[in-house]
Design a protein around this ligand. Structure first.
Ligand SMILES: *Cc1c(COP(=O)(O)O)cnc(C)c1O
Length: 409
């Protein structure tokens, strides 16, 4: 392959700049006091939720975005963006990878024949409202229908933000009673909506009730709040959470630009509280569906003490076609990670099978062929190797072949 050196130099420069940590800054909120800006409740109260706000903040708002923002909420999934996260958007670039994740577009109103509102069949695996028991030993515990900001490709838009009248009212007593009555459940994953939107007291109450169940070995929280609202990750929250170990947290970062100095500090506080951190990314068209961006992302996550856990093929949620990338591209990206960067940085690529099949791991093919006595492999550089199988022992080996066990059973 021929490389133009100026192209490869500019690629190297863009890779380095993607990995640089910087602050989200104050943007249009320069007059706000530090106290307010760093207060998570202020951030929530001042979220961008209306078209009028968007038009004021983004003079170059595209017509597709304006229309999308008008229809959001009326139809499917409300718009909400924290001022902090809004400042990561390049307001001059319609293709900005942060912008595509949170600014609605008119394309959301188009539903392909294979798209649905419950693409991974959660409602059909729900023994009590707000609890999904899909795998034998663990449950997904939905605690709220609200998030700090709304991802436009949300797989749970049917309940989240309540725009479509799903009327989500989890009953913690019923959810907890089910878990207590099923001793095979050893792992509870709190999600929603975003559990970290609860205040410390409410979250502590829930975690204590779960910890009081003897067969619960492992707790985890799925949250995008460290990314949308790092101000929420207070020392008090971390001190509360650390009482419930082993407690893991799965965060959700899609593009390296989301890893700011603010987020790095928030993640540092969680990691210092002994909380192992994993990241779940969704493969999104023109957000992170290229090797350079994904490699920068996983390396930057490791710098924040976060293990890249899953890359999800985007669920077939209604109105997500403009954000969905292909499985072919996902496999190319996995091929560009394994061997090319730190093994800890390589997540598992999965498809959550439509209709409720659960997560299915998707891997590039490293086994070229398998015969009775060998496996033919290729490595990350495309070179071919053979791994012979079999014992190599002679068929008539006297000791192994003897019917007596030689005194040792
Ligand atoms: C993803 C998921 C889990 C957790 O799966 P892990 O592979 O253990 O992370 C549990 N329940 C449901 C319904 C899920 O979708």
């Amino acid at each position: 392959m021929q490389f133009d050196s100026s192209t490869s130099e500019s690629l190297a420069a863009s890779f380095i700049s993607m990995k640089a940590f910087s602050t989200a800054g104050r943007g249009s909120w320069h007059a706000v006091s530090d106290k307010d800006w760093n207060d998570w409740r202020w951030q929530l109260k001042n979220r961008i939720t209306t078209v009028a706000q968007l038009e004021r903040l983004m003079p170059k708002l595209a017509p597709e975005e304006r229309e999308g923002a008008i229809l959001a909420g009326e139809s499917k999934l409300a718009m909400a963006i924290t001022p902090y996260f809004f400042n990561l958007i390049d307001i001059d670039d319609e293709a900005c990878p942060v912008r595509r994740q949170v600014i609605p577009r008119i394309e959301e109103t188009v539903t392909a024949a294979w798209e649905t509102l419950d693409p991974v069949g959660e409602d059909t695996h729900s023994p009590v409202p707000g609890l999904v028991h899909r795998y034998p030993d663990r449950v997904l515990f939905l605690v709220t229908d609200r998030c700090a900001a709304y991802c436009r490709y949300c797989t749970r838009s049917r309940l989240v933000s309540n725009a479509s009248g799903y009327d989500f009212h989890p009953e913690f007593d019923r959810q907890i009673a089910y878990i207590a009555a099923h001793p095979e459940i050893r792992d509870v994953l709190l999600s929603g909506g975003d559990p970290l939107l609860f205040n410390d007291e409410k979250l502590e109450y829930l975690l204590s009730r779960l910890r009081a169940i003897p067969h619960i070995e492992f707790l985890r929280i799925g949250s995008r709040i460290p990314v949308f609202l790092p101000q929420r990750i207070t020392p008090e929250l971390c001190a509360m959470l650390r009482q419930f170990h082993p407690l893991f947290m799965s965060i959700h970062v899609n593009h390296p630009r989301e890893l700011t100095t603010e987020v790095r500090e928030a993640l540092g506080r969680l990691a210092d509280a002994g909380i192992p951190l994993g990241n779940q990314s969704v493969l999104l068209h023109k957000v992170n569906d290229d090797i350079e961006t994904m490699r920068a992302l996983v390396q930057k996550l490791l710098m924040c003490r976060v293990k890249p856990y899953y890359i999800y093929q985007c669920d077939l949620i209604s109105g997500s076609a403009h954000l969905r990338s292909t499985v072919t591209r996902g496999l190319e990206i996995m091929d560009g990670l394994r061997g090319h960067t730190t093994g800890y940085g390589v997540p598992q690529y999965v498809i959550d099978a439509p209709g409720g099949g659960g997560k299915v791991p998707i891997n590039p093919g490293y086994i070229l062929r398998k015969t009775a006595d060998k496996v033919i492999l290729r490595n990350f550089e495309g070179q071919v190797y053979e791994y012979p199988e079999g014992t190599g022992l002679p068929v008539e080996y006297p000791v192994c072949n003897s019917s007596s066990s030689g005194g040792k059973d």
